[in-house]
Design a protein around this ligand. Structure first.
Ligand code: PLP
Length: 430
């Protein structure tokens, strides 16, 4: 099996086939082994492996990429504006700045927010490292607030208790795609004069009180990595309603270089003239990526509907099991779900998360875990962070498994995952 070098996803390259061995049939063990977990020698629920996520591309996506390849512009071309306009229409945001990936989007947002040395940024530990790393990129300090134990999103009350005179921004992550409590977070940020950055890497297509994620926080970042709902291979975006942030984001994306005379220190010396007015990066997206993302966005409604359907089937099945805890959704969030997080109830099981995870793997349901609390990592330990900072997040991490959830899963796939989870949960019931 080939494992991708990407830290976020493990992708299949082969499919192993397990079938009931002739010996098992001869021994007449088939019936017993149906209920015995495969990890203890029983028959796996599935013959082929299923993985936790997979992108979905069709002919229109391939055509969109080839069209760009045959055009005059591979980068800095018309597809960039077209995608930015499309993201604005989709979300209701006034401005969109697309960029090379979701991490770059977070870095650009931290720069536009004016974060620097001595400033603090509050975020959740239950996220991909980039949500906190963006503070480190600009010399600021990440501070971790705890989660709500039911929704798994950052708890606004915990954010409030972590605010100091140094706090300048909050990065709130729409974990699994469910919107954070935007009304409460907006109130807190207004009251304390903080910039609210929403990390919407999981929540492209999610609505909060009927409004698109991207149109509500001061800035919202998206990712178009292949494990996310919409992909461009790599890609990211920052959305905002503020013209001031918009101008800063454009500079951050392209070396701090501008042709806008209103931003220049000197008179223009001719048509060739531009100025670098501050330090920026090359965080541009190619038109090849933009073309693919535009095409993918045409399928977003379809992706969202199917993901919702799968989530509903999982929730209905797992609500019946005491051994499993179902993630709570706030009514304000109409969620385009990116991840399905199965939470075990350790009081009702004789096995732990690792054993549950391995048992599902033996049934050919290959899962993942999202996320290891960011401050557990050696880099953060070196910076002085220690376990114990966020007890609810740490407990969640010990109990979660990301189940397969992606557009092209068949109903049989979904049923087999439910069957595998039910089989393991019942067999190891305490
Ligand atoms: C994927 C992800 C990112 C980073 O996005 P990339 O496009 O991979 O750089 C940031 N935050 C969260 C929550 C993510 O899931």
């Amino acid at each position: 099996m080939w494992i991708s070098a990407c830290p976020i996803g493990i992708f299949k390259k082969d499919v192993e086939v397990h079938s009931i061995s002739a010996l098992q049939i001869m021994k007449g063990r088939t019936e017993i082994s149906m209920n015995k977990p495969a990890i203890e020698g029983g028959t796996p629920v599935r013959n082929t492996k299923i993985y936790y996520g997979h992108q979905y591309l069709d002919q229109s996506d391939y055509d969109a990429v080839v069209d760009v390849l045959k055009s005059d512009y591979l980068t800095c071309g018309p597809k960039i504006n077209e995608l930015e306009d499309k993201l604005c229409k989709l979300t209701g945001a006034k401005y969109a700045v697309v960029c090379s990936n979701g991490t770059a989007a977070l870095h650009m947002a931290a720069m536009a927010a004016g974060l620097g040395e001595g400033d603090e940024l509050i975020t959740t530990p239950i996220t991909f490292a980039a949500s906190a790393n963006c503070a480190l990129y600009v010399g600021a300090t990440p501070v971790f607030a705890d989660i709500n134990a039911d929704t798994y999103n950052i708890d606004p009350a915990s954010v409030e208790t972590h605010i100091t005179e140094k706090t300048k921004a909050v990065v709130a992550v729409d974990y699994t795609g469910q919107a954070v409590e935007l009304d409460r977070l907006t109130d807190i940020c207004k009251k304390h004069n903080l910039v609210l950055i929403e990390d919407g890497a999981h929540s492209v297509g999610t609505l909060y009180n009927g409004k698109g994620v991207g149109s509500i926080a001061d800035m919202t970042t998206f990712s178009f990595h292949p494990v996310k709902t919409i992909t461009g291979g790599e890609g990211g975006a920052v959305l905002t309603n503020s013209e001031d942030y918009y101008k800063k984001l454009l500079l951050a994306r392209s070396h701090g270089i501008t042709r806008d005379t209103s931003l220049m220190a000197n008179e223009s010396e001719g048509p060739w003239y531009y100025e670098q007015v501050n330090l920026g990066y090359n965080y541009r997206m190619t038109d090849i990526q933009a073309g693919l993302i535009i095409s993918q966005l045409d399928k977003l409604a379809m992706f969202k509907a199917r993901r919702k359907e799968i989530v509903a089937r999982y929730n209905e099945a797992f609500a019946k099991l005491d051994q499993i805890v179902v993630q709570k959704e706030i009514p304000e969030s109409d969620t385009a779900r990116h991840l399905y997080v199965l939470r075990i109830n350790p009081d009702k099981l004789s096995i732990n998360r690792r054993q549950f995870f391995d048992a599902l793997g033996a049934e050919n349901v290959v899962c993942n875990v999202h996320y290891i609390p960011v401050y557990y990592f050696p880099h953060y330990q070196k910076l002085g962070y220690r376990k114990g900072l966020c007890p609810k997040a740490e407990k969640l991490y010990d109990e979660i498994i990301s189940l397969p959830l992606y557009y092209s899963m068949s109903d049989e796939d979904v049923d087999s995952v439910i069957e595998a989870v039910t089989k393991i949960a019942e067999y190891y019931k305490k």
